[in-house]
Design a protein around this ligand. Structure first.
Ligand code: BG6
Ligand code: MG
Length: 212
């Protein structure tokens, strides 16, 4: 019996994934590395430092830990600038209705995001109060596909992993949900490897409810 739904943030609740991509692309290009949409798929759900490592590996470039911190910080400054104007108008279609429908049916609601700005973003979107537990990139160590983010979320929500459904737009997130023993629901235009169910978006809350 599913008792709780844990949402990924970027690409599921809001289209901040495009800002991450633009900022990584800008940073990569400053290093003479070109990244495309296909490579970006692999970066989705992956932590800031791990993303940087993947980009540097792609370009065959080595940097010291100090240089890496500086590069990651530069990317994050650009990203935070993109978030300045974020508001409830940026919620993807049906997100608020979905959260309210889940609440009215007494499902617990969690956030499971790799982003260190996760809590900040849901506050800007005006949906923070609808969450029973928030786990963002400040609350766990191991990047998706490790299940730590979702297992921490389940623990905070007080439910067993098998009682959780995870909504994810990234291949690494689906793998993390599966590794955590949770129901993995892919969201987006393309099916994701290993997912248990798929939704194109959250525009119809009852389509999600039917899967739980
Ligand atoms: C994930 C995104 O949610 O958060 C990744 O899908 C991003 O693209 C990661 O790199 C880390 O985000 P932040 O805000 O901590 O740099
Ligand atoms: Mg995502």
């Amino acid at each position: 019996m599913i008792q709780a739904v844990i949402f990924d943030l970027d690409g599921v609740l809001v289209d901040t994934a495009k800002y991450h991509f633009i900022c990584w692309q800008r940073l990569a290009s400053s290093l003479g590395i070109s990244i495309d949409e296909e490579f970006n798929q692999e970066l989705k759900g992956v932590s800031r430092m791990d993303s940087l490592d993947m980009i540097l590996a792609l370009g065959g470039i080595e940097k010291t830990d100090e240089e890496k911190l500086e590069l990651a910080d530069t990317k994050n400054k650009w990203y935070l600038r993109c978030l300045n104007e974020l508001s409830s108008e940026d919620l993807l279609e049906g997100v608020e209705e979905t959260l309210l429908e889940l609440k009215s049916r007494e499902f617990k609601i969690g956030l499971g995001s790799a982003s260190q700005s996760g809590e900040y973003v849901i506050k800007k979107l005006g949906i923070y109060d609808l969450f029973d537990a928030v786990v963002d990139g400040n609350g766990f160590q191991k990047s998706k596909p490790d299940p730590e983010v979702f297992l921490t979320g389940a623990q905070k929500l007080g439910v067993a992993p098998a009682e959780c459904a995870v909504l994810e737009d990234a291949p690494s997130g689906i793998l993390a949900a599966i590794a955590g023993g949770m129901l993995a629901i892919g969201v987006g235009s393309e099916p994701l490897p290993g997912e248990d169910h798929h939704l194109n978006d959250l525009s119809n809350p009852l389509s999600l409810i039917a899967l739980l």
